[in-house]
Write a protein that binds this ligand. Structure first.
Ligand SMILES: Cc1cc2nc3c(=O)[nH]c(=O)nc-3n(C[C@H](O)[C@H](O)[C@H](O)COP(=O)(O)OP(=O)(O)OC[C@H]3O[C@@H](n4cnc5c(N)ncnc54)[C@H](O)[C@@H]3O)c2cc1C
Length: 353
C-alpha cells in the first residue's frame, strides 16, 4: 500500500486544499486561528502516530511524514503549532503502561480532545540550564526561562522539561495558561511564523504534581537519543520547497528550474526518509546530516526561484513567494542542535569557494 492511499493523507490533502492553503496569506499576517486547529483535530490528524487502543490511528511514520509535508506546504504556521503535539504523544506512547500521566493524557491527546505544546528545546543548551527542575515528594518545581513556546493561547497543555541538580531531565505536563509560577511574554514578533503564537515563559516556582511526570532520564541519556534524531531532515522542508516550486510558471526557464529542483528534492527525500526509517538512530549520522543540509540547500533554492520568478511583486505581503522564503528561513533553525549547526555551517563555508 502506498502512503498516499492512507485516509489521513487524503484528509490532510483535503484540509490543505480546502482551508489551509487558501487562508495561508491571511494567517501569516493575522495569526493561526483556533478554528484551524479544530479542523486538524476533527480530521483525526492529531492522533496519526498514537496507539489505536488509545483512540489514535497508529499510522506508520511514512504517513506522518507525508501529512507533515502536506500541512507545512499549505500553511507552515498551522503545521508548526500542531507538530508540537506529536512529541508528547510519542513520549507517552513509549512510556510504561500504567504510568499515571500515560493513563491520564494519552487518550485525550490521541483523540484531539487536548492539544499539547512542548517546552523542551532548552534542555539541549548544556552546560547552560535555562530551566531548573526540583523533584520532591509532591511533584516537581520548575524555575527559569523557557526561551521558545509555540501555540500559546491555542494549546491546552504543555510538555515542560527542566534539568535537576543531579543532571536529570524531567518531563512533565503543565496547563498551558498563566498561573502562579508561570508568566508568558507578549507574543514574539518574528520575521517568520509570528502567526504560530510563540512566547517565552518565565517560571518562578511552577508546581506540577507527581502524577503529571512523564519521564525522568539522565541528561546524557536524553542526548544519546535526541541528538541523532535531530540529524534527520524535516518533512516540512520538503513541503515548503515543493509549495515554492508549484509557484513557478510554464515558461521554459521556470519549468527548467522547477524540474531540476524537483528531481533533486525527490532524490534527497527518498534517501533521507530511508535513513529516518533505519532501525538504529545513531548510525549513519554523517550521511543524515549531509542529507539534512542538502535538503536545506534545495529548499533555499526552491524558495529563491519562486521569488526570482515572481519579480518585484514577489516581495508584496500578498505574495506566497515571500512567505515561503521566510518560512524556509525559519526551518533552517527549527530543531537546531549543535551537530546540525556545525554541519550546516561547514557546508556553507564551502559555498564561497
Ligand atoms: C519561532 C520559534 C518557535 C519555537 N518554538 C519552540 C517550542 O514551542 N518548543 C520548543 O521546545 N522549542 C521551540 N523552538 C526552539 C527550536 O526548536 C530550536 O531548538 C531552537 O531554535 C534552536 O536554537 P536556539 O536558538 O534555542 O538555541 P541556541 O542556544 O542558539 O543553540 C542551538 C544549538 O546550537 C548550539 N550552539 C549555539 N551556539 C553555539 C556556538 N557558538 N557554538 C557551538 N554550538 C552552539 C547549542 O548548544 C544548541 O544545541 C522554537 C524556535 C523558534 C525560532
Amino acid at each position: 500500500m502506498t502512503t498516499t492511499l492512507h485516509p489521513l493523507v487524503t484528509e490532510a490533502r483535503r484540509l490543505a486544499d480546502g482551508l489551509l492553503a487558501p487562508c495561508a496569506q491571511r494567517v501569516d499576517q493575522d495569526g493561526v486561528p483556533a478554528s484551524h486547529l479544530d479542523a486538524v483535530r476533527r480530521g483525526g490528524l492529531l492522533g496519526v502516530s498514537a496507539p489505536e487502543e488509545f483512540g489514535g490511528a497508529a499510522a506508520p511514520d511514512s504517513v506522518a511524514r507525508e501529512i507533515a509535508e502536506i500541512l507545512a506546504g499549505a500553511c507552515c504556521s498551522t503545521w508548526f503549532v500542531q507538530t508540537q503535539h506529536h512529541t508528547p504523544v510519542r513520549l507517552l506512547a513509549g512510556a510504561a503502561p500504567g504510568l499515571a500521566a500515560r493513563e491520564r493524557f494519552l487518550r485525550p491527546l490521541a483523540t484531539g480532545e487536548l492539544l499539547a505544546g512542548i517546552a523542551y528545546a532548552h534542555v539541549r543548551a548544556s552546560p547552560r540550564v535555562p530551566v531548573r527542575a526540583r523533584v520532591d515528594r509532591d511533584g516537581v518545581r520548575f524555575d527559569g526561562t523557557v526561551p521558545w513556546y509555540t501555540g500559546w493561547g491555542l494549546n491546552d497543555v504543555m510538555l515542560l522539561a527542566g534539568v535537576t541538580e543531579a543532571d536529570e531531565v524531567v518531563f512533565a505536563f503543565a496547563d498551558a495558561r498563566e498561573q502562579p509560577g508561570l508568566r508568558p511574554s507578549p507574543p514574539l514578533r518574528l520575521a517568520a511564523l509570528t502567526a504560530a503564537r510563540t512566547v517565552s515563559l518565565e517560571l518562578d516556582g511552577l508546581r506540577v504534581p507527581a502524577e503529571n511526570v512523564v519521564r525522568r532520564t539522565p541528561r546524557a541519556e536524553f542526548a544519546r537519543v535526541d541528538v541523532p534524531r535531530s540529524t534527520n531532515a524535516s518533512p516540512a522542508v520538503f513541503g515548503v520547497a515543493r509549495a515554492a516550486l508549484d509557484l513557478l510558471g510554464d515558461t521554459p526557464d521556470e519549468r527548467g528550474a522547477a524540474e531540476s529542483l524537483r528531481a533533486g528534492l525527490d532524490e534527497v527525500r527518498a534517501r533521507a526518509y530511508a535513513l529516518a526509517d533505519h532501525p538504529v538512530a545513531h548510525e549513519h549520522v554523517e550521511e543524515r546530516l549531509a542529507l539534512r543540509t542538502r535538503a536545506y540547500d534545495l529548499m533555499r533554492a526552491a524558495t529563491t526561484a519562486a521569488v526570482v520568478a515572481g519579480g518585484g511583486r514577489a516581495t508584496s505581503l500578498d505574495s506566497p513567494a515571500q512567505r515561503l522564503a521566510r518560512e524556509a528561513m525559519f526551518l533552517l533553525v527549527q530543531g537546531q542542535t549543535a551537530p546540525v549547526r556545525r554541519a550546516h555551517l561547514a557546508a556553507l563555508s564551502g559555498a564561497g569557494r
